[in-house]
Ligand binder design. Sequence first.
Ligand SMILES: Nc1nc2c(ncn2[C@@H]2O[C@H](COP(=O)(O)OP(=O)(O)OP(=O)(O)O)[C@@H](O)[C@H]2O)c(=O)[nH]1
Ligand SMILES: [Mg+2]
Length: 402
Amino acid sequence: MDIGLVGKPNVGKSTFFAAATLASVQIADYPFTTIEANRGVSYVRTSCPCTELKVTCTPRHGRCEGGTRFVPVELVDVAGLVPGAHSGRGRGNEFLDDLRQAAALIHVVDASGRTDSEGNQIGSPSHDPLADVAFLQEEIDLWVAGLLGRGWDRTARAIESAGGGTDERVIAKAIAERVTGLGITELMVRHALKECNLPPRPTSWDQKALHPLASALRRRSKPLLVAANKADLATEEQLRALAAGVGGTPLVRVSAATELALRRGDRQGVLHYRPGERSFSLAPAANLSGAQEQGIAAIDKTLRRLGSTGVQEALEKATFELLGLVPAFPVEDETKLTDKEGRVLPDCHLLPPGSTAKDLAYKVHTDLGDHFIRALNVRTRRVVGADYAVARGDVLKIVSSA
Ligand SMILES: Nc1nc2c(ncn2[C@@H]2O[C@H](COP(=O)(O)OP(=O)(O)OP(=O)(O)O)[C@@H](O)[C@H]2O)c(=O)[nH]1
Ligand SMILES: [Mg+2]
């Protein structure tokens, strides 16, 4: 499951990606720098039970720093999207195909208004980023509508000849099958159909009728937040107008360039910075050049103004709020909190909301799920059944007959 970084060209998607993954990718101040999608691993923070349960953990993936667990999430940085992309403009459909597996989207916008709708630099801060927010969602809707519409007549006739012309379940199943590669479930389709209130016979739905359905499916299957990037260059008025204009869409103020400088500085040993924190400190032996000193002063100013660079916050909002993922820690030995190899609190799984103890068992191993007997909630020492709804931060020992 990926988090997708989307937006028009030249807004800072690759800068965000590089900051979040520390991978080296191409970054430049002109459109279509990125052609092939970049994929990488970043980390979201969650509280690790190690402190409370008084153990020293040894994570298999990611790391733990002072009781904060950094849990891996996959990130994909795609080519810039321009108006008309759904019909092949710019990098067009290929770009959109890179987003098929994305479970949530971070829409990176240039909040400073210094790039036009195609990502070209403009002399003055005169472009309204709200226009970008609207067109991007519309482009994705048109792409999904296009996928639904292709060969729709045949699907609609098949639904009706199977006697399902008005049966929402039959319609939902047929639609979900058409768009399985997009991560759209039957339940999402049923909810979307209810929302759109389309006329009863699917054979009467033309491209125009499918558009609101595509939009409803996109909102459910790829929830989105706006990363108001280049916030270091944007004025307070610009940031406020953008936040007010996006309505109910969550928004985070971001300076990806600042985050990238901080993480690289930390890696080079010039400064100490922990992702997501509000401040940094200079390494005692740092011998800075004049240019570096200026850079540090600019970073400091941005952090003071924005609170944090927003990169970590955007990733965590996407993970825990848009997707509602629930971190859970399976263990094999409930006393030592270890797995078979003796690693302490080895894994933190991010489960979809509503997941059960049995779902967690399946995440660990198919056999464990198939032969699930019960689970033990290590904190409360209570035995729970297969249907137990896993809560954030649960430590569970799974008992199976496997
Ligand atoms: N001031 C400022 N500049 C930034 C920020 N993030 C990115 N930039 C600059 O914006 C330009 C474009 O950055 P990229 O990361 O290549 O943008 P992109 O969205 O990946 O562009 P394409 O791959 O062409 O779609 C570069 O010059 C970056 O240094 C930021 O937070 N603040
Ligand atoms: Mg790029």
